[in-house]
Design a protein around this ligand. Structure first.
Ligand SMILES: [Zn+2]
Length: 312
């Protein structure tokens, strides 16, 4: 009996050991399963969160995009509306010009034009034009305009867009203005500089120019003048000189001289006034010029292709 009991004791211990081992194995497996499941769960939750955030940010982006495109539509419509208003305005201005030229109207028109810019001072010219609610025409060039001639530490490249955004007429005075530097070497060299400036203005403002002023005036082109005019016409351009000037293209420093030049030059019923937006004398007398012109019955208009003053 003692033997049997010893054996059964041993078997019992074995069984207990085996059961214990199995128990530990099972616990370990469970723990592993639990941990694994948990990490899967965490991963899964993270993925859901990420997905949610992606979806919501996509929705936000779509909303933003919607807002932006609505604003863009508004801007495009404003452009369209502005163009319509301009077209309407130019049609009426042309009708008025026709009547004045035919002697059927005593009204008067002046086109104020600024050549060779933009310059650093152009900002102040624009402010005065704004203040008096006047639109002008800028015959711009492009060479070296990333620095302003009259303040070389400044950048003039943004000025084209500013002039255009205020509704002034953007016109073409060639890119280089290089009267002594090959501009008038041939009709083609002239047209090349016109195209360069056309592209620059198009890039900066979205506007395609269609009025040219020859640097120095059309006579400066000498024997090439007629061929250049032909090429301009083929490229959709009209050209214009000026009928009045205050002589500010060179070294005009005395505002009294500038003022008397101005007063002595303004007399016709339709005037095209040549000035330069770098000259401080011009800047100083511009408000008085505008007042004088208005007091003397002049309508101050921006130039347009259809105008009788633009040669085609
Ligand atoms: Zn010029």
């Amino acid at each position: 009996m003692a033997k049997i009991s010893k054996r059964s004791n041993r078997s019992l211990r074995k069984i207990i050991i085996i059961i214990s081992i199995l128990f530990f194995i099972s616990i370990t497996i469970n723990i592993i399963i639990y941990l694994k499941t948990n990490s899967y769960k965490n991963n899964y939750n993270n993925m859901i969160e990420q997905l949610n955030s992606i979806t919501s940010s996509k929705e936000e982006k779509e909303k933003e995009y919607q807002k932006v495109s609505e604003r863009l539509d508004l801007v495009n419509n404003i452009d369209e509306r502005t163009n319509e208003v301009k077209k309407d305005f130019f049609t009426k201005a042309k009708q008025l010009e026709d009547k004045i030229i035919a002697g059927e109207s005593n009204e008067k028109i002046v086109y104020i034009t600024f050549d060779d810019g933009p310059y650093y001072l152009t900002y102040q010219f624009l402010e005065i034009l704004d203040e008096y609610d006047v639109f002008a025409t800028f015959f711009t060039i492009g060479d070296n305009k990333d620095v302003c001639y009259d303040n070389r530490s400044e950048d003039c490249s943004g000025m084209y867009a500013l002039e255009a955004s205020k509704g002034h007429t953007m016109a073409n005075h060639t890119y280089s203005h290089g009267i002594w530097k090959g501009l008038y070497d041939s009709p083609e060299s002239f047209m090349y500089q016109v195209k360069l400036q056309e592209n620059l203005i198009k890039d900066r403002t979205g506007i395609k120019t269609n009025i040219v002023r020859f640097p120095g005036g059309a006579a400066t082109a000498g024997g090439y003048k007629n061929r250049i005019i032909e090429l301009l016409r083929e490229n959709g351009y009209g050209w214009i000189n000026w009928t009045a000037s205050i002589g500010d293209g060179g070294n005009l420093r005395d505002h009294n001289v500038g003022w008397s030049n101005f007063v002595n030059n303004i007399s016709a019923n339709i005037e095209v006034l040549l000035q330069h937006d770098y000259n401080r004398v011009t800047l100083r007398i511009l408000p008085d010029e505008i007042k004088y012109l208005k007091e003397h019955g002049y309508h101050i208009f921006p130039l347009f292709y259809e105008s009788n003053m633009v040669n085609k």
